[in-house]
Each structure stands twice: as structure tokens, then as C-alpha cells.
Ligand binder design. Structure first.
Ligand code: GAR
Length: 201
């Protein structure tokens, strides 16, 4: 059984989708060992408490980045976390933190990286006028939205879309993509060819 650690800052729909996937057996041999928010007002942390999961707020406001990350890492290690899943964690990680967990941190991003990194990716893609967007689950390295891609899912941009309707359809795909990526990583059923992650050992 592998221990997941979830880091979030807000709504927490990706966290809830992961929790539902575990409960439904779509993510195998895993449990959520701890959910950590850097914001006390994150709805996701309340949802975690309601589900009876270990849930902790480690406030980041005004704190030195690495000092905060050291507190987060201590909590993750205390709960023997094997894989860290960033689920709408809106805070850059320090190089120190990333080095502590090589190939053990996943992030989900609401665009087809390397297009539209950073904030409000769905709106960026919509405003640019792309005809296809989507989402990316990738390993976290020291550069923003940059590590090796584990899973991507595409979403067509429809003529009648607005930013909101597009974001809703991307979010549905995020939830499926995260479960798939977690299974790939936990099963260890992949190898690297350069930057490319390919399935199979
Ligand atoms: C998701 O769309 C996620 O991809 C995005 O924040 C949202 C969090 O929603 N993350 C990023 O933009 C990271 N750069 P959630 O709290 O409902 O999971």
C-alpha cells in the first residue's frame, strides 16, 4: 500500500477526484496519508476533514519559501508519503523541496504543456484561440510546469465555448488524467527515454 500526500490551496476538486478514485478502486493499492493546505480558507481542506482524512494547514503567508517547505516536508515524511500530488497547490516549490523528493512529486496543469504554463492556463488558451486544449500531469522539477509528462488529455475548443465552459470540460479530463497518472507512477511501469516517459519496463 502506497501513501499519497496531497498539497492544495483551494477548491480541491482534483483531491476529491483522487479520493473517489481510491474508494472506487480505480487507483489501486494507495491511500491518502495526509492532505496539506497552505491556506486555512481552502475549501479542499474542509472537504478532507469531512472525509475523515488527516488534514493539516501549514500557512505560507509571509513565510520564507524554503522554511515553509521544510515544514511541509516534515509533515509528509512523518506520514511516510511515497508520492506527493499537487492538486491546485498555488505556491512555487523551493529547489530544496524538489530535491528532497526526486520523481516523487506530480502536478496537474490545465493546459497541454509546454503551451500556457503559469496561472489561468485555460483562459490563456481560450484567449489565444487554440482549437484544442487539455490538461497535463507531469513530474515536478525545478522549473515551473516543466518536468516529464506522465499523461495528457485533449479537449476540443468549441465555437460556442467561453472561458468557463472550456475550463469545466478540461477539469473533467483533469480528474481522469490524475488517476491514470498516479497508477502509472505507483506501478513503476515506465521508463525514461530522454525527457520522454514511456510505459512498460
Ligand atoms: C485545477 O484546474 C488545476 O489544474 C489548476 O488549478 C485548479 C485547481 O482546482 N492548477 C494549476 O493551474 C497549477 N498551475 P481544484 O482545487 O478544484 O483541484
Amino acid at each position: 500500500m502506497k501513501n499519497l500526500g496531497i498539497l492544495l490551496s483551494g477548491r480541491g476538486s482534483n483531491f476529491l477526484a483522487i479520493a473517489d478514485s481510491i474508494d472506487a478502486g480505480r487507483i489501486r493499492n494507495a491511500r491518502i496519508a495526509i492532505v496539506i493546505s497552505n491556506r486555512a480558507d481552502a475549501p479542499g481542506i474542509e472537504a478532507a476533514q469531512k472525509r475523515g482524512l488527516e488534514a493539516t494547514v501549514i500557512p505560507s503567508k509571509g513565510k520564507d519559501r524554503e522554511a515553509h517547505d521544510r515544514q511541509v516536508a516534515a509533515a509528509l515524511n512523518e506520514h511516510k508519503v511515497d508520492l506527493i500530488c499537487l492538486a491546485g497547490y498555488m505556491r512555487l516549490l523551493s529547489p530544496w523541496f524538489v530535491q528532497q523528493f526526486p520523481q516523487r512529486i506530480l502536478n496537474i496543469h490545465p493546459s497541454l504543456l509546454p503551451a500556457f504554463p503559469g496561472l489561468e492556463a485555460q483562459q490563456q488558451a481560450f484567449a489565444y484561440g487554440v482549437k484544442v486544449s487539455g490538461c497535463t500531469v507531469h513530474f515536478v522539477d525545478q522549473e515551473l510546469d516543466h518536468g516529464a509528462i506522465v499523461v495528457q488529455k485533449t479537449v476540443p475548443v468549441l465555437d460556442e465555448d467561453n472561458e468557463h465552459s472550456l475550463a469545466v470540460r478540461i477539469l473533467e479530463q483533469e480528474h481522469a488524467a490524475y488517476a491514470e497518472a498516479i497508477n502509472v507512477v505507483l506501478e513503476g511501469n515506465y521508463q525514461f527515454r530522454g525527457r520522454r516517459l514511456v510505459r512498460g519496463t
